[in-house]
Design a protein around this ligand. Sequence first.
Ligand SMILES: N[C@@H](CCC(=O)N[C@@H](CS)C(=O)NCC(=O)O)C(=O)O
Length: 293
Amino acid sequence: MSTSSTSEYTPPKVWTWDKASGGRFANINRPISGPTHEKELPVGRHPLQLYSLGTPNGVKVTVMLEELLALGHRGAEYDAWLIKIGDGDQFGSGFVAANPNSKIPALVDRSGPKPIRVFETGAILTYLAEKFGAFLPTEPAARAECLSWLFWQMGSAPYLGGGFGHFYAYAPTKIEYAIDRFAMETKRLLHVLDTRLGESEYLAGSEYTIADIAAWPWYGGLMNNWLYGAAEFLNVEEYKNVRRWTDAIGARPAVRRGRMVNRVSGEPSSQLHERHDASDFETKTQDKVAAQS
Ligand SMILES: N[C@@H](CCC(=O)N[C@@H](CS)C(=O)NCC(=O)O)C(=O)O
């Protein structure tokens, strides 16, 4: 055990907010909820309005929408608007009305007489799966398995992201205890996934479902070293079944498109900041070809 890099801290009787202690996210982290400023959300021409950013949580929903469109569900046409969380867009009054928790993504379904807001990716994926009758089995046992893995993902992501990712990549100091604790949990979760994918092609069984759509951006992202640059540290290649699943899902055209939407980092040709039409992807492909020639 190396010596601890942190000085001893005795918590006061009552915690108070020290704005300076927020580390990399000091400008957006607050101990209170609600809007900080008035700002309406834009509304486009499609039935579904998505307010998001191309993070693993955002990608879950853009992949789902692209998969639905690939199946021919025209009602899944959507406008994807960019919410810059580093600039505090999630605290605008319009966004808070769509998601009182001020986190991307938020979906507003304007196809009916009254707009319906949906927040939390597990709820958004389930809402869309039920609306279009796709990617959520109806047979009770398969449905239970799908929802179990979906909720497993929702419950585990904060340990992977807020725990491991935060302390390994973002915290202002490297705290061995915190990194050890969350690396252990992340590896345990990868092992749970690997074991399941050793007995079944996809999480819920032989079919690709919203459970895979939710888990892939996080666990596939770790496998492909897209998250926290931690693939080597976590020795992810030992999870052979997760590797197979990561590659199979990553090759799906809808997944490739979904990953581009609301993306603001990486290759410029892979970033579609906003999506308002299926042809928006073609423009990006032309950009890529032009850059290569
Ligand atoms: N449990 C939520 C998590 C959403 C979430 O954590 N979103 C992050 C980006 S990936 C966010 O908006 N953070 C902004 C903030 O914390 O202020 C979900 O699945 O929808």
